[in-house]
Ligand binder design. Structure first.
Ligand SMILES: Nc1nc2c(ncn2[C@@H]2O[C@H](COP(=O)(O)OP(=O)(O)OP(=O)(O)O)[C@@H](O)[C@H]2O)c(=O)[nH]1
Length: 594
């Protein structure tokens, strides 16, 4: 092609505006077609074709009948739909015109509103109270069931505070339950206290009945949970290195002897009772040598009684932890959380507790334990611990609350070592007086072990606490069973059960209902106030909870206003309502009682 021809050639390029116009037009026409297609009756995907062969003599007649049937069905459908439409319209009209219906509706809504309001007002608190009430009842029932069903009852306490983890009413309840039951005290977690301390406690507790020290296996594995495994060349100072059980052989031989002496043909049932987290389930797992019961460092893991067969002669029954109440002068957090009877996450204010723990040992002790540098205040310690744990909140601020909770958890799990001492006077004996038995009597002979040297040697061989710092704490004595009046009357007559006080704060009481813990010591170095005023502590707070409460209150206010408005409207309608008799109603004339 010549150069001139190329120059004269018309370009095929279309301006963008025109191109878009075309695209728009195509889309519009597509939409129109779709709309029209929607208006047309849809053809069913699978239309059944009636095929009648031409040879059929009555083909025409059959086709006519089919058509007539189809028309009849369509007519019926249309009538049904029309009737339904009319009914709906009628109902809609009636709903707003009849005074009676209006009043009914208003009443219904008001009732619903009141119910809802109650739910919002104290919903969380009351529901929680109800659940707690139910669980309190069910836990007590389970405990009673275990006591009733068992021939031998093993009461488990914590070696760190054997008196503080005993319940003064348990012995009375066991005594008053039908049948002659054997009651044996198991001092578990023996590995957490120095040997001399354990010796002293066993000597003291023997005044009240048979006592057996124990160290349950804390291995997480499912099977082959080992009993003591001797390796004389190896000394295991760290309990995490070898978490074997010590005392299982002794306990098993005592139970077997009991069966033998009594010439029992059937198996005996051994109930395991005690406060939450004393290690009841761990003892069962150790005796069974496998994970038969759930175990955990949190309280309330066991929720119902559970039977575990050890052999043809012995059946163990696990029970949920006994629910106890705190003395009136004790702070709930301190009393329950430091006994591990309250989940650490439900502790409203963990700082006073953390400070309490920090006060009990020197700065150097905690520095060594957590591998942190020296600190001057609890705030600094908690901040350093939080950083060490990698717990930071928004803006890289150390999560001191999490650090405080972790410190409480360490206290409960035994990372921080502490022990108590048996009382020197007889003041605490009164609480356990019902348990005082004559050890020499034939009744308890089977479970009285005079020589515990073997057990102690095994313990010494594996766990040597002598070079570890163990804090000395004062025991506050046995706790009291928490139950309600009905249960008291139902079960054990005049047993020394303290009735539940409705005003009593519960261990897991909701945040907004809890009274603030009163600072015990004004001159205290670790003042709660001081901690709270620290900006680091102020950062977290309960902001989300406060926001939720505020939102709920706002919602409630709005609903109340709306409801009031509705009620006023109905009242207005009622005021203007007349019977339309034409005459004015006169009370004196028309309403006359003779
Ligand atoms: N160091 C040590 N820890 C123990 C011992 N026995 C149990 N534990 C630990 O204590 C915690 C509680 O043990 P559990 O067996 O669940 O206690 P429980 O009494 O059944 O608890 P609840 O089911 O809540 O009543 C667990 O973390 C166990 O690992 C022990 O002899 N020594």
């Amino acid at each position: 092609m010549s150069l001139k021809g190329l120059k004269n050639r018309k370009s095929r390029r279309v301006p963008a505006a025109r191109r878009y116009k075309i695209i728009k037009k195509i889309a519009a026409s597509k939409r129109k077609k779709e709309k029209e297609a929607k208006k047309l009756p849809k053809k069913s995907a699978k239309q059944k074709l009636i095929q009648i062969p031409n040879v059929c003599p009555f083909k025409e007649k059959i086709l006519e009948e089919v058509e007539a049937d189809k028309a009849r069905r369509e007519e019926e459908k249309r009538e049904r739909l029309e009737k339904l439409k009319l009914e709906r319209q009628e109902a809609k009209k009636n709903k707003h015109t009849t005074l009676e219906s209006m009043v009914n509706e208003a009443n219904q809504r008001a009732e619903g509103h009141i119910e809802k309001e109650e739910g919002v007002n104290d919903g969380s608190y009351q529901n929680q109270q109800r659940t707690k009430e139910n669980s309190l009842k069910s836990y007590f029932k389970e405990f009673k069931k275990v006591v009733d069903a068992a021939d031998v009852i093993l009461e488990v306490c914590d070696a760190r505070d054997p008196l503080g983890t005993r319940c003064s009413e348990v012995t009375t309840i066991i005594r008053e339950s039908p049948g002659q039951k054997k009651h044996v005290l198991i001092v578990n977690k023996a590995d957490l206290v120095p040997r001399e301390n354990l010796d002293k406690w066993i000597k003291y507790l023997r005044k009240f009945g048979p006592v057996i020290p124990f160290k349950a296996s804390t291995q997480a594995q499912k099977n082959n949970i080992g009993h003591r495994r001797f390796n004389k060349n190896k000394q295991h100072k760290n309990i995490n290195q070898l978490s074997t059980c010590i005392g299982a052989d002794l306990l098993m031989s005592l139970l077997a002897n009991y069966c033998r002496n009594k010439n029992l043909k059937t198996s005996i049932r051994v109930g395991i009772v005690g406060l939450p987290n004393t290690g009841k389930s761990s003892i069962i797992n150790s005796l069974k040598r496998r994970k038969a019961c759930l175990v955990g460092a949190q309280p309330g893991i066991t929720k119902a009684m559970q039977e575990v067969e050890i052999d043809s002669n012995i059946k163990l029954i696990d029970s949920p932890g006994i629910i106890f109440q705190r003395p009136k002068n004790e702070s709930p957090d301190e009393f329950f959380a430091l006994k591990n009877a309250q989940h650490v996450n439900t502790v409203q204010d963990p700082f006073p507790l953390a400070c309490d723990i920090l006060k009990r040992a020197t700065v150097m002790y905690f520095c060594k334990l957590y591998d942190i540098t020296e600190y001057k205040s609890p705030e600094e310690f908690l901040a350093k611990k939080a950083v060490k744990m990698g717990k930071l909140i928004r803006g890289g601020v150390p999560d001191v609350r999490a650090a405080a909770r972790s410190l409480i958890q360490d206290w409960n799990t035994g990372k921080i070592k502490y022990c108590t001492h048996p009382p020197v006077d007889n003041s605490m004996d009164i609480h356990l007086s019902a348990a005082i038995v004559d050890n020499s009597s034939s009744d308890n002979k089977e479970f009285c072990v005079d020589n515990l040297d073997e057990f102690m040697n095994q313990l010494d061989e594996h766990y040597n606490l002598n070079d570890e710092v163990v804090m000395d704490i004062e025991t506050k004595g046995p706790v009291s069973l928490r139950t309600n009046k009905k249960q008291k009357n139902e079960s054990y007559g005049e047993a020394n059960i303290i009735e539940e006080d409705d005003d009593e704060e519960m261990s897991e009481e909701p945040v907004n209902k809890k009274k603030k813990r009163k600072g015990a010591d004004e001159d205290d170095d670790y003042k709660v106030k001081k901690i709270k005023s620290d900006p680091v502590f102020r950062l977290e707070g309960n902001q989300s909870l406060n926001k939720q409460n505020k939102d709920a209150a706002k919602k409630l206010k709005k609903k109340r206003e709306k409801n009031e408005k509705k009620i006023t409207n109905v009242a207005d309608v009622l005021e203007n309502f007349s019977l339309e008799t034409g005459d004015d109603y006169d009370f004196d004339d028309d309403y006359n009682i003779e």
